[in-house]
Design a protein around this ligand. Structure first.
Ligand code: CMP
Length: 140
């Protein structure tokens, strides 16, 4: 089915001028970038976005990292978009990521791992709604 997923190009990637490189991998995989903006995430926004991880030992580090520099938030659309994007992102830890994946190509570490992608269609809807209104999402 045609799905939407939510993506973030994280600070480690925006700082290294890799926005276009990441987008090239996304588009080569057949996913369409139907919404995109570069933002500086606020601390409350980052805490809300990652609330599911608030008990994890790395929560503080994760939130600090996400507000440390601009990010690019995106909506990706296409056949099976949630699973397809997770496949091309690669494993959370770049040391375990498959060849050719975004994290294998560009990620620095498990924390500075260049991209986020939703883990389900249901969570994608929630994550998209945190950053985009429906009139900002423009399929071809
Ligand atoms: P993401 O898909 O954005 O969702 C949760 C994030 O937590 C994950 O990517 C990682 O970047 C981050 N994360 C997971 N494990 C660790 C860890 N051990 N240390 C720091 N960050 C982590």
């Amino acid at each position: 089915a045609i799905e939407r997923t939510f993506s973030i190009i994280k600070p480690d990637a925006t700082k290294r001028n890799l926005t276009g490189a990441v987008n090239a991998v996304i588009e080569a995989a057949g996913l369409q970038i139907v919404a995109q903006k570069r933002i500086r995430m606020s601390l409350p926004e980052a805490r809300k976005f990652y609330a599911v991880h608030k008990e994890r030992p790395f929560f503080g580090e994760l939130v600090d990292f996400m507000v440390s520099a601009p990010v690019v938030v995106q909506v990706l659309e296409g056949e099976n978009a949630v699973a397809k994007y997770r496949e091309i992102m690669g494993a959370t830890n770049p040391a375990q990521a498959a060849e050719g994946t975004i994290r294998k190509l560009y990620a620095v570490s498990v924390g500075e791992n260049s991209v986020h992608g939703s883990d389900s269609v249901e969570n994608a809807k929630i994550e998209i709604a945190q950053f985009f209104s429906e009139n900002e999402i423009l399929p071809a």
